[in-house]
Design a protein around this ligand. Structure first.
Ligand SMILES: [Zn+2]
Length: 104
């Protein structure tokens, strides 16, 4: 479960969305996203349908990692300036530690 202040931040932001990547092999993909925010950035989390074929622990980690990016506005966290490391660290802080990549 994400901290309540994080959930409130997402709910209050009209630029935050969670979308599903609708990928049709051979035809391309369609993603319906919120418009960009005032500074030209997005807080849209796009999830791939293939997550349903992963272990639940891996899927939860990926979703938490992507939500961490959105919460951090794709920036660092504290002293962590690398965006990917920051998202992993924040997701772990929320209770979703990094899980090795699963080939699906
Ligand atoms: Zn990432």
């Amino acid at each position: 479960m994400l901290p309540s202040e994080v959930l409130r931040d997402f709910i209050a932001d009209p630029y935050f969305r969670i979308c599903l990547d609708n990928c049709e092999p051979g035809r391309g993909r369609t993603v319906v996203m919120a418009q960009l925010g005032p500074n030209g950035t997005s807080r849209c989390v796009v999830l791939k349908p293939r997550l349903e074929h992963c272990s639940s622990a891996f899927a939860r980690y990926i979703i938490a990692h992507e939500l961490a990016h959105a919460h951090l506005h794709n920036g660092g966290w504290g002293e962590i300036t690398d965006r990917e490391e920051a998202a992993d660290a924040l997701a772990a802080c929320w209770g979703f530690p990094k899980i090795p990549f699963e080939w699906i």
